[in-house]
Design a binder for this molecule. Structure first.
Ligand SMILES: CC1=C(CCC(=O)O)c2cc3nc(cc4[nH]c(cc5[nH]c(cc1n2)c(C)c5CCC(=O)O)c(CCC(=O)O)c4C)C(CCC(=O)O)=C3C
Ligand SMILES: [Fe+2]
Length: 427
C-alpha cells in the first residue's frame, strides 16, 4: 500500500484538513421559516415542522458521507427466470452486432442454470454487507440497488429515492477496471437514468466512486484469496502451482482506447497485467517459492472476424498442459462476484478443459462480500464524499501510486459506436 497510515475512514484518527463537512445545507442555504405563514405568528404545529426540518438537516450534515443521502450499488443485472433470459440478452446486446448464434449459445448458459443468473442474489448480499459496514461505522445512510439491464432498474431505484426526498446519490459500481464496458457504459446508463427522471421533473445528481482495480480493499483482498488457494494446493500436492489470472475479453479496439484519453491506451489490459504481476509476486514472497503466472481472457463474443484480447483461458490451459504444468490456480480477478461468466465460462467450460487435459485446477473465489473488499468500498465512498465537499482526501493504491480519477477525464474510454451523454465525468 503506498500510503498505509492514511485511512480517512478510521474513526480513531482525527479528520485530516479538508475532510470536515462544509457547513451548508443540502438546499444550499439556511432553513427558511415554514412557508405559507405569510408573516402571521407561527402556530405550534408549524414550529414543530420547522424544528424537525432543522434537526434532519443538521443530521444530514453530520455524517462523513455528506453530501450524499444514499449509496446505490449499480450493477450489470441478470435474468432470474427462464422467461427473462431473452429479453435480458436483447437489452444487453441491443444494436451491438452480436450474432444470433452467439445469443442462442449464451441463452443456453443461463438455461443450464434454470434461467437464473446468480448475480442479483450476490449483489443483494453485497448491499446487505455494505449496509452493515456503514452501520458499524455509525453511518445510517440507506444502501440502494439498481441494475443497468434487469430489475431493479437503476432508473426506478433513483426515482424511488427521489420520492423519498433524496437528490444526491453516490454510485458504487460492481466493476473495478477501466474500459468502455466497465466504466463509461455505466456512466452512460447513470446519465440515462438521471435524464429520464429530469423529463418527469425530478432533479437528482449521481456521483460515482473511482474505478478501484488498485484500491487495496479490492487488490489486497485478491492477493490474500490467491495466496490461500495456492497455499492449499501446495500443501495438498507438494508442488507450487501455476497462477492463471482471468478477466473478461474485449474487442481489441475497446482495449486500445481504454484510458484517460492521454493516447496511451490499453489501460484495461495494463491494469490487469499490473495487478496479476503484483499478486503473483506477493503470493511467491508469502509462500517462499517462485510461482509462474499469466493473464488470460474469457467470455469472448462478437463476430469471429473481430479481434479480441487473447489468450483465451481454455487455449492457455492447453498450452500450459503441453509445457508440462500439472497444477493451476485459476483466479478471476476481472470480476467482483461469482456470476454467470464465472460459474459457466470458468467453472463449467474451463473446468471441463482442465479435466480433458488431466490438469489439477483450483478456481479461487472472487471478492464477493469479503469483509476487506466491503470495507474498502466504504472507504472509497468516504473518499468520494470528502472530494465532493472540496477536500483532498488520501487516496490509497496498491499496486502503484496512481489512483483513477473519480470524475473521469474528457474522452476517457470512448463509446466507439454512438454519442451518449455520460455522468460522473468532465465530458
Ligand atoms: C468488461 C466486461 C465485464 C466486466 C465488468 C462488469 O462487470 O461490468 C462484463 C460483465 C458482465 N457481462 C455480463 C453479461 C453479458 N455480457 C455480454 C457482452 C459483452 N460483455 C463485455 C464486456 C464485459 N462484460 C463486452 C465487450 C461484450 C460484447 C458486447 C458489448 O459490447 O456489450 C453479453 C451479451 C452476450 C455475449 O456476447 O456474451 C452478456 C449476456 C454480465 C452478467 C453476468 C450474469 O448474468 O451473471 C456481467 C457481470
Ligand atoms: Fe459482459
Amino acid at each position: 500500500m503506498s500510503q498505509p497510515t492514511a485511512d480517512p475512514s478510521d474513526p480513531g484518527r482525527p479528520m485530516p484538513d479538508g475532510l470536515a463537512p462544509e457547513p451548508v445545507t443540502p438546499g444550499g442555504g439556511p432553513v427558511e421559516p415554514a412557508a405559507g405563514t405569510g408573516g402571521t405568528p407561527a402556530t405550534a404545529a408549524e414550529d414543530e415542522v420547522v424544528a424537525e426540518l432543522e434537526e434532519s438537516l443538521a443530521e444530514a450534515e453530520e455524517h462523513d458521507l455528506f453530501p450524499y443521502q444514499a449509496v446505490v450499488l449499480t450493477s450489470f443485472g441478470g435474468p432470474e427466470a427462464p422467461e427473462e433470459v431473452m429479453p435480458f440478452l436483447r437489452r444487453v446486446t441491443g444494436g451491438r452486432g452480436i450474432p444470433d448464434e452467439r445469443l442462442a449459445e449464451v441463452a443456453e448458459h443461463y438455461h443450464h442454470f434454470g434461467g437464473k443468473s446468480p448475480i442479483n442474489d450476490q449483489n443483494r448480499a453485497l448491499v446487505a454487507a455494505l449496509q452493515e459496514e456503514l452501520q458499524r461505522r455509525g453511518l445510517t445512510l440507506p444502501v440502494l440497488f439498481g441494475n443497468r439491464n434487469s430489475e431493479p432498474f437503476l432508473t426506478d431505484t433513483v426515482r424511488d429515492a427521489h420520492e423519498e426526498g433524496m437528490t444526491r446519490l453516490l454510485s458504487i459500481t460492481t466493476s473495478a477496471y477501466s474500459c468502455y464496458s466497465s466504466c463509461r457504459q455505466y456512466r452512460e446508463d447513470i446519465a440515462a437514468a438521471v435524464d429520464a427522471l429530469a423529463t418527469e421533473g425530478r432533479t437528482v445528481d449521481v456521483d460515482k466512486i473511482r474505478q478501484y482495480w488498485n484500491h487495496p480493499g479490492f487488490s489486497r483482498a485478491n492477493a490474500r484469496i490467491v495466496t490461500e488457494g495456492a497455499r492449499q494446493m501446495m500443501e495438498r500436492t507438494g508442488v507450487a502451482p501455476h497462477l492463471v489470472f482471468v478477466t473478461h475479453s474485449l474487442p481489441l479496439a475497446m482495449d486500445e482506447t481504454s484510458g484517460p484519453g492521454d493516447e496511451e491506451g490499453h489501460l484495461y489490459s495494463r491494469q490487469h497485467l499490473e495487478l496479476s504481476a503484483a499478486v503473483a509476486e506477493e503470493v511467491s514472497a508469502t509462500l517462499g517459492t517462485e510461482l509462474g503466472h499469466d493473464l488470460t481472457y474469457c467470455s469472448r463474443s462478437g463476430p469471429p472476424s473481430q479481434p479480441w484480447l487473447e489468450p483465451d483461458v481454455n487455449d492457455h490451459l492447453r498450452e500450459l498442459a503441453g509445457r508440462g504444468v500439472r497444477h493451476v490456480v485459476l483466479a478471476p480477478i476481472g470480476f467482483v462476484s461469482d456470476h454467470m461468466e464465472v460459474v459457466f465460462d470458468l467453472d463449467t467450460e474451463a473446468v471441463e478443459t482442465a479435466e480433458e487435459l488431466g490438469l489439477d485446477l483450483l478456481r479461487v473465489p472472487t471478492v464477493g462480500t469479503d469483509p476487506e473488499f466491503v470495507s474498502g468500498l466504504v472507504d472509497l465512498a468516504l473518499e468520494r464524499a470528502a472530494e465532493a465537499r472540496g477536500g483532498q482526501p488520501v487516496r490509497p493504491t496498491w499496486p502503484g501510486e496512481r489512483p483513477r480519477p473519480s470524475t473521469c477525464l474528457p474522452g476517457c474510454c470512448p463509446n466507439l459506436r454512438v454519442d451518449r451523454r455520460a455522468a460522473c465525468g468532465m465530458d
